[in-house]
Design a protein around this ligand. Sequence first.
Ligand SMILES: Cc1cc2nc3c(=O)[nH]c(=O)nc-3n(C[C@H](O)[C@H](O)[C@H](O)COP(=O)(O)OP(=O)(O)OC[C@H]3O[C@@H](n4cnc5c(N)ncnc54)[C@H](O)[C@@H]3O)c2cc1C
Length: 434
Amino acid sequence: MQTYQSWGRYPPAAHTRVLPIRWRTDPIRLSDLSESVLPFAYGRSYGDSCLNNGGALLDVSGLGRFIAFDESTGVLRCETGVTLAEVLSLAVPRGWFLPVVPGTKWVSIGGAIANDIHGKNHHRAGTFGAHVTCLELLRSTGERILCSPERNVELFRATIGGLGLTGLILWAELRLKRIPGAQIAMERIRFSGLRDFAQLSTEDQEFEYTVAWIDCLARGRRLGRGLFLRGDHAPGPSRTSSRGKSRITIPATLPSGLVNRATTTVFNGLYYRAQVRTRQRKTGEYEPFFFPLDGIGAWNRLYGRRGFLQYQCVTANESEGAVAELLDQVARSSEIPSLAVLKRFGTVRSPGLLSFPRPGITLAIDFAMRGATTLALLDRLDQVVAAAQGAVYPAKDARMSAANFRRFFPHWQSFASQVDPKFSSSFWRRVTAA
Ligand SMILES: Cc1cc2nc3c(=O)[nH]c(=O)nc-3n(C[C@H](O)[C@H](O)[C@H](O)COP(=O)(O)OP(=O)(O)OC[C@H]3O[C@@H](n4cnc5c(N)ncnc54)[C@H](O)[C@@H]3O)c2cc1C
């Protein structure tokens, strides 16, 4: 049965009803509904931006059809409930790839646009929205509006990264990119601190994809140690299917979860030391390179009933000091951080008014939800991010204050003027509360 919660399973939300959207051509009039509405695809957003507590959801997973694909130019048009996994299944055997992919393939085209997602190639390709050439937006009045970088430009810029608040995107057209094959030639480098990370990321432009895993429990001399991963597409077939299911699935939610300070300390230490040589090179399948966590189904259940939060921020360009401060605060706290990822964003401009990526270093850390102490730590991290002229990612957020949202997203008022009056979300009400 489909459940309507976000990936972090925090905060809980009660929806008045869920309206399935099946046909993009059906007349859909939302203005007669008494409550507000929000599109919902696969709930891979971590926090409350895909939830509408006290309102209705529009389940767009039925909008799963391809409309057109030009194999000679790589231009793809499809409905917005189509998953990235489905696009890859179609495109990779034909020598094409999505221009930007996140850390999971179980994301819809609509969700990728509405959060203007980024991937390991941000330094070269920018965000997902930069590759969208056209989309059709359904407003609550029943009006259908074609938007593109040249047409209805303000609405287009509000809809890219617009968190589902400007209307329902029915279909979109995007440009895929050519690849030589389904393999990835990759290199993994062990590094001992943030200075080494900074040095390695000066070479980013030589590789299509770069990202680093950080041991967020390491302190003192070891602060910021980790593994730097970089790679490029390479010739060769794929032996796995992108539609494939996970190899194992976490069967049920354990009341207190399996992720605790002891297990993550042991895991991080072992993972860091598992790589014996400083540099390791290999060529392999693209799936484990891009989507390592998809091998474990429903891994979010590992955090127990209270769920978890992901904190993802970006700090302005030369701010390794701010990243060190963030990591230090996390390591010294009594909270339970687990996975942590670091990447330097590039300078390609994000097209959306509320797009999160901007030049600088982005840090993402998962935290088990333990209540007030977890929230207090994340508030302290916000102060460091604000001082570093940075921002927190709405797709991962469930708690940033209205004041910080306005500081992090200076165009929010221009965005607000494009929001459809019938559309709302738990996130939007929180960050626009007086
Ligand atoms: C393991 C994992 C790794 C991730 N890695 C990354 C990463 O590397 N980079 C990154 O940027 N993100 C990442 N994410 C976040 C994820 O990519 C985004 O949250 C994505 O938007 C989720 O898509 P979804 O289809 O599940 O949409 P949902 O989470 O259901 O919805 C997301 C938003 O899109 C809106 N929406 C959905 N469909 C439509 C539509 N048809 N019309 C209008 N609005 C719509 C919703 O209202 C909501 O605001 C990751 C998530 C997970 C679980």
